[in-house]
Design a protein around this ligand. Structure first.
Ligand code: NAD
Length: 255
């Protein structure tokens, strides 16, 4: 195979959660630019509408909540009906701690919210995708974890629920990589460092200074810098890669 064939996702069906903003939007664009059909799921209808304007291939937008098991199952049924069974899942929707802080002052409601989206959302979407992939006999699952799934964040800011859920996604990725290793389904995670999205208040000079200052490359990444990694893990270029986490962080985790 030529290099362009190795990296091709032409004709595949990609399902992207959190596609209405930030990294998810760039993942959807990366898939469409390389010829995949794209199903975009997000809570935010306006964000989805903007993403749809950037996709040149066949695509559908579904407003839904990844923490809602029935909504997720329905969305995957709609994808299968309109675009075909899913070949590539980006389980990417995620939220930060609503009120970052020390654990002894942390509310149960906020803990539950973060677990519901960042961990239960990955469970709901992975399970729905795997049901289709086990039928077709192939698949790629790419979970967006975080560098804070590999290390604690408190030297920059305290995010107990975020760190716990992202660490769980890293280890769920290992387990699913093993479970489906002989089923022609690869499961990997991306662990981003600081990317310019709506997730953090990058318009606040203090936040920007803290995130840049922590990053050895002394800058935060543009959201579009996720596209190459997304295509690598979605395409046959990564066919012998499973259960692993790719760190894209300007050197943070090397410290
Ligand atoms: N930006 C970073 O620096 C960074 C770093 C590490 C990891 N991440 C991870 O990347 C992923 C994408 O985040 P982003 O940076 O693009 O942030 P973002 O806020 O720009 O985008 C997240 C999207 O997810 C959607 N979403 C949130 N909850 C949802 C739910 N319950 N159901 C469906 N959609 C939902 C939001 O509406 C939004 O469109 C997240 O998992 C995040 O934890 C981001």
């Amino acid at each position: 195979m030529s290099i362009s064939e190795i990296f091709s996702v032409a004709g595949k069906v990609a399902f992207v959660t959190g596609a209405g903003s930030g990294l998810g939007r760039e993942m959807a664009v990366a898939m469409a630019e390389n010829g995949a059909k794209v199903a975009c799921l997000d809570l935010n209808a306006d964000g989805l509408a903007k993403t749809a304007t950037l996709l040149a291939t066949e695509n559908i937008s579904i407003v839904g909540d990844v923490s809602d098991e029935m909504a997720v199952d329905k969305a995957f049924a709609e994808c299968a009906e309109k675009l075909g069974p899913v070949d590539i899942l980006f389980s990417n929707a995620g939220i930060g701690d609503p009120e970052p802080g020390l654990l002894h002052e942390y509310s149960t409601d906020n803990w539950q919210k973060v677990v519901d989206v960042n961990l239960n959302g990955v469970f709901n979407t992975s399970r729905a995708a795997l049901r289709q992939m086990m039928q077709t006999g192939a698949g790629k699952i790419i979970n967006t974890a975080s560098m804070w799934g590999l290390a604690g964040s408190s030297s920059v800011f305290p995010l107990p629920a975020y760190n716990a859920t992202k660490g769980a996604v890293v280890n769920l990725t290992r387990e699913l990589g093993l479970q489906y290793a002989t089923h022609n389904i690869q499961v990997n995670a991306i662990c981003p460092g600081f990317f310019l999205t709506e997730l953090g208040p990058y318009d606040e000079p203090e936040f920007m200074a803290a995130t840049q200052g922590f990053t050895p490359m002394n800058r935060v990444a543009a959201a579009s810098e996720i596209k190459g990694t997304a295509l690598y893990l979605a395409s046959s270029a990564s066919d012998f890669v499973t259960g692993t986490s790719l760190v894209i962080d300007g050197g943070c985790m090397a410290k």
